[in-house]
Write a protein of this length. Structure first.
Lengths: 350, 350
DNA sequence: CTGTTAGCGCCTTCAC
DNA sequence: GTGAAGGCGCTAACAG
């Protein structure tokens, strides 16, 4: 039924060892041997059993990817870049969804890391606290995506959230806005991203000498969807003194906000301008098109995979925290002139 | 270093067999034995090596998912449902991207199916022709997603594309439209979906006694993105007698069309109404919200996985072609009254 | 109900 | 340069 390495050896009249040598491009194999073996491989249509190889070698060439939910556009795009980069490195990706629940994150991390099926894990954590992540002693390498566990023992790849939010907000200020609102996730110890972005927003305001009106900070639940952005925008519009601009925690929320603004007949960007973070594809086709901070997702994917593979290969340096460059893409939502793109304010520093 | 089954056996003072029995819930194990073994497992923090188990058992509990590109919203949502359903069945999903290229589809199908890493493959084929798919003699089960290879020897799960497009178009007719355009992929032997949807569109027109003006059928490239829909819409608007409604091959194209309509100051749905297929999340927040045919994606995922696992377990029936129910979700793009949802015209027949 | 034994298919240290 | 043997960790006959 299934043709094994030893069948090839028998067919070629050589030892299994020689077949293995040919397959793995090992050592110096005599041309005659190589030809004989190759012929047998072709005739028998032989393909190595990767499972057996992995068992023997102790690693698999597969990395685990743990995401809250793959259909969320940002994660879908991230997964795409990761799969693409992995493929270039000869790796494959095993995906699982955590829904962002602490329990599931822990469970899948545990199951994956012990299964021996993956060499390492890329984790976009939402439910696990920094402390827990720090305490984690995974038996295989783990690289954190996006969220940052302060002082973690784990490698991490992401953008500088404070700086990104600051740049986005500053852009609103530069276009003459003064009552700048923010829509961010409600505070949660395990989800520092939103807190950092709020901090950046506040930093920009204070640097410009604008005061931060707490009435202009709307909170949405964790892992907000478009609808949450719409609801939050509704609340902001009902303030006695509504904003003339909004910084949104992410694109999904901003898209909901745009829908609500349209619904209420508020003109964007004339009455209110909108900016956010992630730069998902959808931003280019919202009405109006949406200005957003664009992390270099290819770079992110590559760095994460490099970090992971280097750990898999035994690298033993202290945990790294890699900051990915980003830039602000200005579009119609922050500018009367539509589709002005790519004002680059790249940031690759710590 | 790594604790093995035999270590547990030694610790518990029993045979490996008994440990295996306990782990796999095999046979009748005496309570005393079970307790002893469990204690040893806990003390040693033992976790089975799934790689070794898979090698031994001949199957892995992993299914391969081959998609053109996972960041495309429809595929992202599909992947989400698949991963979710797989998880419920105790399966994990290995994802790879084909970019829709024939060569890559063939290659990945080959590599995956021979690697012994996955028990079966879910394939959303774009580049492979029906003939090629039919000729395919994969060594592990393959279930086709979405596209239909007529007379294929492979199982298939998808919606009735003709009926879906007919229903969508009929909805436009029922709202009083008479000059109904279509945006579809340009014909390609390997991509029947668009051809079928065009057919359904034409069927609806002819059933209503409307003539099908070839000037009103715009073609876009294969795997169109939002921009392609915008461009095509632009062409339709430049016709001497522009349409008063558009049936779009999929949501992405429709979203591009909406952007172009907005850009040209054409009112939706007053001047032109728009309907499409896929019902991706984004539809609920476009401006205006987009009416779309919603395939039951959960059902699709479940059926695909059921079909696959049943094949993996050796089922030997003739190839199945499962039609998934769908319904038309009417939203603002086809109705002056916004957000009227869920007019169900479910279709589960052959 | 439990213990012993033999591979699943591969790679790799040893000898030659 | 090539051949022979052992084992990665597990499960499933086959006894007992």
């Amino acid at each position: 039924m299934t043709v094994r390495l030893r069948d090839v050896a028998a067919r070629a009249g050589v030892s299994p060892r020689s077949v293995s040598n040919v397959i793995n491009g090992f050592h110096y194999v005599s041309p005659g041997m190589r030809a004989k073996v190759q012929a047998a491989i072709d005739e028998l249509d032989y393909q190595p059993n990767l499972l057996a190889r992995s068992l023997r070698k102790g690693h698999t060439g597969t990395v685990g990817l743990l995401l809250p939910q793959i259909s969320v556009p940002y994660f879908a795009e991230l997964a795409h870049h990761l799969v693409e980069q992995a493929s270039e490195l000869g790796l494959t990706v095993l995906v699982d969804e955590t829904t962002g629940e602490r329990k599931r994150e822990l469970h899948l991390l545990e199951v994956m890391s012990r299964s021996r099926y993956v060499d390492g894990i890329l984790l976009s954590a939402l439910g696990l606290s920094s402390a827990e992540l720090t305490q984690l002693q995974p038996r295989i390498p783990v690289v954190l995506l996006g969220e940052r566990a302060t002082g973690s023992t784990l490698d991490h790849v992401g953008i500088n959230n404070i700086a990104a939010a600051r740049d986005a907000t500053q852009h609103l200020i530069e276009t003459g806005r003064t009552r700048i609102a923010a829509i961010v996730e409600r505070p949660h110890p395990c989800a520092p991203t939103s807190r950092l972005r709020l901090k950046g927003y506040q930093a920009a305001l204070s640097a410009a000498g604008l005061d931060a009106d707490p009435q202009l900070v709307a909170r949405v639940r964790l892992q907000p969807r478009r609808q949450d952005g719409a609801t939050a925008m509704g609340r902001l519009l009902s303030r006695p003194r509504p904003p003339d601009a909004v910084f949104c925690f992410n694109d999904l929320v901003a898209i909901g906000a745009l829908a609500e603004l349209h619904h209420q007949g508020v003109q964007v960007p004339e009455d209110i301008s909108v900016v956010s973070v992630d730069d998902i594809e959808e931003c280019r086709f919202t009405i109006p098109t949406l200005s957003s901070i664009a992390p270099d997702k290819t770079h992110l994917a590559r760095s994460a995979l490099q970090l992971l593979t280097s750990r898999v290969e035994g690298a033993d340096h202290p945990p790294r925290d890699i900051r990915i460059p980003y830039h602000l893409v200005t579009r119609a939502s922050t500018d009367a002139r539509p589709d002005v793109t790519a004002v680059v304010t790249s940031n690759a520093g710590a």
